[in-house]
Design a protein around this ligand. Structure first.
Ligand code: G3H
Ligand code: 13P
Ligand code: ZN
Length: 309
């Protein structure tokens, strides 16, 4: 099966209140771990590539690795650009055969965000590629300390409607209190579900996207810490909140940090327990297994996209 777009995937996810995992990929072991998990869980899949991943792995290598995954798995897979910062990188990815791109012009004023996004949509749609855009600013741990700051940073439901109508975008990433990385909340995790409900109602049918959706499971933080790391105070989005979001129009859930933690914990443990191991295959293999277990868990127990293909 060739790479596909997320159009039908999202329609079905929206109608049945589950979400598709969009997992960040940077190298062969990560891709293999994710794809093996999706194969075993019979789940559709989005593999996403950031500008940093393209720089690290070289766009040609990454593209060929994803092609290998498609050939090896026969799964419905979307190849997506994560956080494209301008028209040029989106165009490059469309030209390179990606089936989905994200234009992230969320740091620009609304009218500029609309103009940049519309330009990407025109180019991508002319080439059969779908587009995700972002409206609102993801919170950092220090951000949004009071209600009016939250209101300024989070996605406004009326603006969301104006944005979608004026850009023709296929899906919209919303800011409701999540953030990237391992440190998402200072105190009790809190997402603005009323806002999400209002956005979903206004957009009635446009698939929504949740960035910064890693859960940062304590057992992996503990494992990382136990074998020589220090990541104190790490805290992510509780799994029940991800499930709740999937029932409110969120069709795509972005996960990177949880993969990083799982892989790093496994490699640290291996090297700690077998300090004489200097064969990369023998420490990357447990890392790849850890990715696979984490992705299986997400698909089956959190996102609900198992058993579909
Ligand atoms: O949203 C960011 C993703 O976790 C990708 O991170 O830019 O370090 O590759 P990166
Ligand atoms: P996490 O850092 O929570 O995994 O979010 C990843 C993400 O949003 C990629 O775009
Ligand atoms: Zn993101």
């Amino acid at each position: 099966m060739p790479l596909i777009t997320s159009k039908n995937m999202f329609q079905q996810a929206y109608a049945s209140s589950y979400a598709i995992g969009a997992f960040n990929v940077n190298n062969m072991e990560i891709i293999q771990g994710i794809v093996d998990a999706a194969k075993e869980e019979r789940s559709p899949l989005i593999l996403q590539v950031s500008a940093g991943a393209r720089k690290y792995a070289n766009p040609v290598y990454l593209k060929k690795l994803v092609e290998a995954a498609v050939e090896d798995s026969d799964l419905p897979i979307v190849l997506h650009l994560d956080h494209g910062e301008d028209f040029e990188i989106c165009k490059q990815c469309v030209d390179d055969g990606f089936t989905s791109v994200m234009i992230d012009a969320s740091h620009h004023p609304l009218d500029e965000n609309i103009a940049i996004t519309r330009k990407v949509v025109e180019y991508a749609h002319a080439h059969g590629v779908v587009v995700e855009a972002e409206l609102g600013r993801l919170a950092g741990i220090e951000d949004s300390v009071n209600v009016s700051e939250k209101d300024a940073a989070f996605t406004n439901p009326d603006e969301a409607l104006e944005f979608v109508e004026n850009t023709g975008v296929d899906s919209l990433a919303v800011a409701i209190g999540t953030s990237h990385g391992a440190y998402k909340f200072k105190g009790t995790p809190d997402l603005d579900f009323e806002r999400l409900r209002a956005i979903n109602k206004k957009l009635c049918g446009t698939p929504l996207v949740l960035h910064g959706a890693s859960t940062v499971l304590p057992e992996f933080v503990d494992l990382c810490n136990q074998y020589g790391g220090t990541i104190p105070g790490a805290q992510g989005v509780p799994e029940e909140m991800i499930r709740k979001a999937a029932g409110l129009g969120v069709c795509k859930v972005n996960i990177d940090t949880d993969l990083r933690l799982a892989m790093t914990a496994a490699i640290r443990r291996e090297l700690h327990e077998n300090p004489s191991n200097f064969d990369p295959r023998k420490y990357l293999d447990p890392g790849r297994d850890a990715i696979k277990n984490m992705v299986r868990h997400k698909i089956k127990n959190v996102l609900g996209s198992n058993g579909l293909v």
